[in-house]
Design a protein around this ligand. Structure first.
Ligand SMILES: *Cc1c(COP(=O)(O)O)cnc(C)c1O
Length: 475
């Protein structure tokens, strides 16, 4: 597709302004441009068509199914967008005094309250701007907690199935990660945990359900063991979609948890879009939260900067406020009953897909899953077909690929998360495409190896695309 600059034609305009009816103001010489910027010149329909066409070149959740495991690419209700665009939300300035933004503070306070209830933990910060930053915030709080206690603990345990952000957050917070191996069922190995949880270890970072989509059935024994040794337990809450309204982190013994508002509570994400990763903590950690904390005094909402052992600020101002507005709207619309319905359909949809496909592909941990499941494409290697080829071929069927090659403990992994927002017809269409691809692998592997055939570009050199990023048009 041509760039908008290449479509440019000198003198063409997309606007029509009325004639000047006030005296012309002469901009002082120093502020005047020396040369005219090189902007594209097009008519209004050309501009509109250009961007409409551009918007459908890439796959996105408003275009079709997007079962990207661990990312919870669910539909984002348009009402969230509508309300986040209200001037009362979008035009407030973070430096306005509290008296003039009581509504915004109230929204953040109430959102925090809902989130605390969802996980049954007593305190929260909304400041982190992503899940990864939530992890960093919580593990930094762990660090400050042990420093205050005068315990120089150095390590944090992380299961081998964990998301890559976990070890990164541990490192950034001044600890060293230690890998905790999974057992043959794909969950935490209690014997290994018992051995590795020494007085030098600050605690455990756990994802539950884990990235295989499996619920850690021994979870209360796990948190008890870590607590007995003086450690803390963190829940990577990215998979909260499976638990909403049924299981609360606080009840399981977790000391801290992050939320991915952009995943679980439906705001657009991916492509580096804005996120929000609030962190809820237990009572003993609440005096370490980042400042400011939003509080309520009679009927007034205010920002409390007086937190005794605060780790400081982790994000400018209060975090990504407009993501919070979207999550708040979503929660208010869906209500308590709706939350449980989300978890139920997320789990049902995932099991429907995995059970329908497990004979065509390989299911390494043959168990019912939660909101996502992991298949392996390793048997297709016999036909010279890799999981990457399956992913690319799915694009020809108009579907986005699952997450591939993650978690690392499954070879040729296909991690499928259909989310709660898909109909059975859509799930069937995906299952049908996957079965056809399975057949193609046997009968015509070349069609997979050369896929995609229907997209504007074929296989991208992803490494080069990052290393030689061109974001500016140069003639
Ligand atoms: C998405 C995800 C994260 C990181 O969240 P971001 O908002 O992308 O930083 C962490 N852990 C798991 C399991 C995830 O799926």
């Amino acid at each position: 597709m041509e760039l908008i600059f290449e479509k440019s034609s000198p003198g063409r305009r997309a606007y029509s302004l009325p004639g000047l009816d006030v005296p012309e103001y002469k901009i002082p010489e120093v502020f005047q441009r020396k040369s005219i910027p090189n902007l594209p010149e097009l008519s209004e329909p050309e501009v509109v068509r250009h961007f409409i066409n551009l918007s459908v070149l890439n796959h996105h959740v408003d275009k079709d199914f997007y079962p990207l495991g661990s990312c919870t690419m669910k539909y984002n209700p348009k009402i969230n967008e509508e309300l986040a665009r209200l001037p009362g939300f979008s035009q407030v300035h973070p430096l306005q005094s509290g008296d003039t933004v009581q509504g915004a503070l109230k929204l953040m306070y109430e959102l925090g309250d809902y989130l605390k209830k969802i996980v049954n933990l007593p305190a929260i910060t909304l400041q982190p701007a992503a899940g990864a930053q939530g992890e960093f915030t919580a593990i930094s709080i762990f660090k400050a907690y042990f420093k205050k206690k005068g315990e120089p603990r150095k390590y944090v345990l992380i299961p081998d199935s964990a998301h890559g952000t976990n070890p990164a957050s541990v490192k950034f917070s001044g600890f060293k990660p230690i890998t905790l191996p999974s057992d043959k069922n794909g969950v935490v190995d209690l014997k290994q945990l018992d051995e590795l949880m020494t007085p030098e270890v600050a605690g455990l970072m756990l994802t539950n359900p884990n990235t295989l989509g499996l619920f850690e059935k021994n979870i209360t024994r796990i948190t008890e063991l870590v607590h007995q040794r003086g450690g803390l337990v963190y829940l990577d809450g990215a998979n909260l979609n499976a638990l909403l309204g049924f299981v609360r982190a606080g009840d399981l013994g977790f000391d801290a948890v992050h939320f991915n508002l952009h995943k679980t509570f439906s705001t657009p994400h991916g492509g580096g879009g804005p996120g929000s990763g609030p962190v809820a903590v237990c009572d003993v950690l609440k005096d370490f939260l980042p400042i400011p904390v939003i509080e309520k005094d009679n009927k007034r909402y205010y920002l409390n900067y007086d937190i005794p052992n605060t780790i400081g600020k982790v994000q400018s101002f209060y975090g990504n406020f407009l993501v919070m507005v979207r999550a708040y709207v979503f929660l208010r619309m869906i209500g308590e009953k709706g939350l449980r319905a989300i978890a139920k359909s997320a789990v049902l949809n995932a099991n429907y897909i995995i059970q329908s496909l497990k004979d065509d592909f390989y299911l390494p941990y043959d168990n019912y899953c939660m909101h996502e499941g992991v298949l392996s494409g390793k048997h297709l290697k016999a036909f010279g077909v890799k999981t990457l080829d399956i992913a690319k071929r799915l694009l020809d069927y108009g579907l986005h690929a699952p997450t591939i090659y993650f978690p690392l403990i499954v070879s040729e992994a296909l991690m499928i998360e259909p989310t709660d927002s898909e109909s059975i017809e859509t799930l069937d269409r995906f299952i049908d495409a996957m079965k056809r691809i399975r057949k193609e692998a046997e009968e015509n592997p070349e069609v997979l190896k050369n896929a995609p055939h229907s997209t504007p570009v074929r296989r991208l050199d992803e490494v080069r695309a990052i290393k030689e990023l061109k974001v500016r048009w140069i003639k």
